[in-house]
Design a protein around this ligand. Structure first.
Ligand code: PMM
Length: 283
């Protein structure tokens, strides 16, 4: 199997946030040892790869300095890579990506798709690692002001196609490029649902697709009428697992989740059902 898999099943990327302030886990893994232990737990639960990040991207978040981000992610990337995990580094900074690759990271996950740092695409091309480019319209401090679309699917596809073309022009091989619709980033609740319902349009861009719905606010609102408190982030894993199944049914390359076990179980169910269908068709 190549680093990005053989395409026969949807991969599960487990999230390791080394941040004090992520919306999704409240900084539970901020200490390096705790982050490494958490990463190992995600692997035991069935993660195919681990995504280590040191910058919270929740709406309104302020950015850490480059030195702070490096200090957060490098020890965790190094230790998890040493224990054999396929590690991606979740960063918008070329300097952090370069240091993380030196420490053992095998992929770069850039939520800005190369827009935040003009050196990112060239760095990734030079290092020859796979690159995840997410749809992004600006830093978290004010991104929700940019959540205006006439046709969210067409506009996200068009803007991602521009990032694809920039990545390819910089020398990143098409085989190593993954695109991500960026659920929750400059998106209102309804935009996320429309994108989830139209993953085929994103796949039409010709690249592997990653979906990151895990614990996001739109899942906290599902099934709750207006006026009822949204479900807290830590109670969104069943809804997340359901989105993982929807994404896998659409044939995406990977899903990025905080609770690997529930998504792994849900994808195992889907795969068992699909295998039975193939057996029945062949008999
Ligand atoms: N979401 C978050 C962070 N990084 N990366 C990708 N590729 N796709 C996403 O949807 C995404 C991401 C949001 O923060 P979290 O780490 O708490 O989930």
């Amino acid at each position: 199997m190549t680093l990005l898999g053989d395409g026969t099943r949807t991969l599960v990327m487990g999230v390791v946030n080394v941040t004090p302030d992520s919306f999704s886990d409240g900084g539970a893994w901020f200490e390096p040892d705790a982050a490494v232990t958490h990463g190992r737990r995600l692997l035991a639960d069935g993660a195919d790869l681990l995504d280590v990040g040191g910058e919270s991207t929740r709406p309104g978040a302020q950015r850490p300095s480059t030195d702070e981000e490096l200090a957060r992610v490098l020890p965790v990337v190094a230790e998890l890579a040493r224990s054999g995990a396929v590690v991606s580094v979740d960063t918008m900074r070329a300097e952090v990506a370069a240091a993380a690759i030196d420490a053992g990271a095998a992929l770069v996950n850039d939520v800005s798709g190369g827009l935040a740092d003009p050196d990112m695409l060239a760095l990734v091309a030079a290092r020859g690692v796979p690159y995840i480019a997410m749809h992004w319209r600006g830093h978290s401090a004010d991104m929700q002001r940019r959540a205006a679309y006439d046709d969210v699917v067409a506009e996200v596809c068009c803007e991602l196609a521009q990032r694809r073309d920039a990545a390819l022009a910089a020398g990143i091989e098409a085989e190593r490029l993954v695109l991500d619709p960026g659920l929750g980033f400059a998106k209102l609740f309804e935009h996320n649902w429309v994108l989830l319902a139209n993953l085929a349009a994103l796949q039409g861009l010709g690249q592997r697709v990653l979906v990151g719905a895990s614990r996001k606010a739109f899942l906290g609102r599902v099934g709750r009428p207006d006026g009822v408190e949204p479900r807290p982030a830590l109670e969104r894993d069943a809804a997340t697992a359901a989105t993982s199944v929807l994404a896998a049914q659409a044939g995406v390359w990977g899903v990025r989740v905080h609770d690997v076990r529930s998504t792994r179980d849900a994808l195992d169910v889907l795969e068992a059902q699909q295998a039975a269908g193939r057996r029945a068709a062949g008999s």
